[in-house]
Design a protein around this ligand. Structure first.
Ligand code: PLP
Length: 286
């Protein structure tokens, strides 16, 4: 595997970062998750915009222009002969000392990894995922805004651990005010009486798949609402699904032991899954 690291394409074994890198010491950095389908990069501009916004929000200057970053991403795919891939650009504060002051970090570290990637949830796209509402809360927007795709994913990992211990596939976060936030690595939607409802994006990541699904739903003439959701809305939904670059559109069939709808992926979810698949094959930056 060939990795981009600070201006060079190197074999994985040579892609080494200092133990004094603040990405490692403090989770001080940002990242993206991007997919390529059939040689084309899906929604590249939107992912680059979010990467640079995430960096700006934490006062981190990425030492490449967006156009240069786009070229690096394309070249990483070429170097690895990948057409269907998951791409992971990472920018850390760089090498500093053991103190947390970013002023000690002279130069950000820039990494791009690309790997082959298939359907993340296998046959669960046909059968639906089982999920629980976890006790750990998504970071409140008053502190580290969840809109920043930062290297601090510990809450998400704790949520995943909770789901693992309960033997289910996915974790659903609430925020500190008792509203549904999102999944451990994806956004959440419910369908009730033919209307799609998803939480606003103050307390979760502004998912690009979420945005694409909202566009698709609107083009199908389905009513979409962005409003706060609680336990009641989850437990009484006709359908629930999550969206993310890695997960794509994935149906949820059970939450905290309650069966959602008839326990099978619902008709609107299935329509959106199909339309999203079509979009991933059609759109994209060559
Ligand atoms: N929420 C979190 C916490 C995520 O990590 C992700 C993945 O990037 C998403 C939501 C979904 O965002 P996107 O659709 O842009 O991948």
């Amino acid at each position: 595997m060939i990795i981009y690291l600070d201006g060079r394409f190197v074999p994985e074994e040579e892609a080494r970062v200092s133990v004094f890198d603040h990405g490692l010491l403090y989770g001080d950095g940002v990242f993206e998750g991007i997919r390529a389908y059939n040689g084309k990069i899906f929604r590249l501009d939107e992912h680059l915009a979010r990467l640079y916004d995430s960096a700006k929000a934490i006062d981190l200057a990425i030492p490449l222009t967006k156009a240069e970053m786009a070229e690096v991403i394309k070249e990483t795919l070429r170097q690895n002969s990948l057409r269907d891939a998951y791409i992971r650009p990472i920018v850390t504060r760089g090498k500093g000392d053991l103190g947390l002051d970013p002023l000690k970090c002279a130069k950000p570290t820039v990494i791009v990894i690309a790997v082959t990637w298939g359907a993340m949830y296998g046959d669960l796209y046909d059968n639906g995922l089982r999920a629980i509402c976890v006790s750990v809360r998504r970071t409140p927007p008053e502190s580290m805004p969840p809109n920043v795709k930062s290297l601090n994913y510990l809450n998400n990992i704790l949520a995943k651990i909770e789901a693992n211990y309960r033997g289910v596939d996915e974790a659903i976060f609430f925020d500190t005010k008792g509203h549904v936030s999102e999944g451990s690595g994806d956004n959440i939607f419910v369908v009730k009486d033919g209307v799609i409802i998803t939480p606003p994006t103050l307390n979760n990541l502004r998912g690009i798949t979420r945005m694409v699904v909202l566009e698709i739903a609107a083009s199908m003439g389905i009513t979409v609402l962005e409003r706060d959701l609680g336990y009641f809305d989850l437990y009484t939904a006709d359908e629930v699904f999550v969206t993310g670059t890695a997960a794509e559109v994935a149906p949820i069939r059970e939450i905290d032991g309650r069966v959602i709808g008839n326990g099978k992926p619902g008709p609107i979810t299935r329509q959106l899954m199909a339309a999203f698949r079509t979009a991933t094959q059609k759109d994209g930056t060559p």
